[in-house]
Design a protein around this ligand. Structure first.
Ligand code: NAD
Length: 371
């Protein structure tokens, strides 16, 4: 496969993460052509030029449509706020580009459907940024569950908490606008849903409560603006095979920095993982040892592929950005037609459907079955 030409829209938190991945994927994995960093778009020309120089892109623009029109661009990374995803992803697909779009797909379900329709019509690879499924620890957890290490899984608890919106005096920004979505549901819950999908399949029924801890926030320019969505959500869920699950998400949880705490309970044991300690998980296997029973800590090591591609020594640890490098590698494999582990727009739409069912169940105060 010829080297892929890359376009990057947005250079904030996730834009830099994608840029790091495109820069590193060849060095880490070796088995792909080094991507060519062609074109970068930002909201204004000055920032675009600065970031292009820092990230190593040849061209910069303040109009993302220039990048879409660039014949040298084969893949477009969409890393802008949620409300821009549909227009940018669809334009890229219609121009014949592959798309790597950050989660969630879109605030409105109808727009997410249009994104999938565009992906299908284009025949291009369209994937979403669900990086947490790429952790080698998560792969090992999936393997262990598949081998029956904890028996038949019957209950799951997953909590996603951060505190970047915990301060009631934190400035209002796009994440509190209804235009960006429901709040914690599409900002956070989609990540645990991607993990549940990866390990067990899609959620089948939900009932939700949503929480808005602060009614308004200060504006940078003075005054205050009403918070338009919910920073927290608590969801009871049913998965296939009779598995019950609880999901709690909160963007205003003081003290929690990057928590995705996943507990999986089975008939013969349990597994406990937390993204804040992403290089380990705890495994409990009921083995009749009575008072000596306890969790065993499994530390990330070269045996947990593709940890070995980064570091030859066990216990040294990968980081958040490394998950994007792995995701980037999976995306390149998908483009070349090889098997890959990614969340396509197809599965992404089902995740969106679950999120909208959660919001509906909150508004209607009842369980919602998801077809
Ligand atoms: P951010 O605010 O840090 O960055 C967004 C960038 O987009 C900014 O630099 C902004 O100037 C730029 N931008 C806005 N409008 C633009 C336009 N019209 N043209 C070009 N650039 C434009 O936001 P973020 O935290 O990086 O979030 C971006 C997306 O990534 C969101 O959809 C979010 O949900 C997702 N996200 C994913 C993860 C993950 O773990 N996968 C983590 C954080 C955010």
């Amino acid at each position: 496969m010829k080297p892929l030409g890359i376009g990057l829209i947005g250079t904030g938190y996730m834009g830099k993460c994608h840029a790091l991945a495109w820069n590193a994927v060849k060095t880490v994995f070796g088995d792909v052509e080094r991507p060519r960093l062609i074109h970068l778009a930002e909201a204004n020309a000055e920032l675009a030029a600065k970031r292009a120089s820092e990230f190593g892109f040849a061209k910069a623009t303040a109009d993302w449509r220039d990048l879409i029109a660039d014949p040298d661009v084969d893949v477009v990374s969409v890393t802008t706020p949620n409300q821009f995803h549909p227009e940018m992803a669809i334009a890229a697909l219609e121009a014949g580009k592959h798309v790597w779009c950050e989660k969630p797909m879109a605030p409105a379900y109808a727009d997410a459907e249009k994104m999938l329709a565009a992906a299908r019509a284009s025949g291009r690879v369209a994937v979403l940024g669900y990086n947490y499924i790429q952790n080698p620890m998560m792969r090992q957890i999936k393997t262990l569950i598949g081998e029956g290490a904890i028996g038949t899984v019957n209950h799951i608890r997953v909590e996603m908490d951060e505190d970047f919106m915990a301060d009631p005096e934190a400035f209002f920004y796009w994440k509190s606008e209804l235009a960006s979505g429901y709040g914690a549901l599409d900002d956070f819950s989609v990540h645990p849903l991607s993990l549940l999908w990866y390990l067990f399949g899609h959620v089948e029924a939900v009932i939700t409560d949503m929480v808005k801890p602060y009614a308004d926030r200060p504006l940078k320019e003075g005054g205050r603006r009403n918070v338009e969505n919910h920073d927290g959500a608590n969801v009871l869920m049913r998965l296939g095979g009779g598995i019950s699950a609880v999901l709690m998400a909160n963007r205003s949880a003081w003290g929690r920095k990057g928590r995705i705490a996943l507990q999986i309970f089975g008939s013969k044991g349990s597994i406990a993982y937390d993204q804040e300690r992403m290089n380990e998980f705890d495994l409990y296997q009921a083995d009749g040892r009575g008072s000596e029973q306890g969790y065993r800590k499994i530390l990330a090591a070269p045996a947990h592929h593709p940890y070995d591609r980064f570091i030859p020594a066990p216990g040294h640890g990968l980081g958040f950005n490394d998950l994007k490098i792995i995701e980037c590698h999976e995306l390149i494999h998908a483009i070349s037609g090889a098997p890959s582990s990614i969340v396509t727009f197809e599965d992404g739409l089902r995740i969106e459907k679950s999120v909208h069912a959660m919001a509906k169940s909150f508004h209607e105060r009842r369980w919602i079955e998801i077809a």
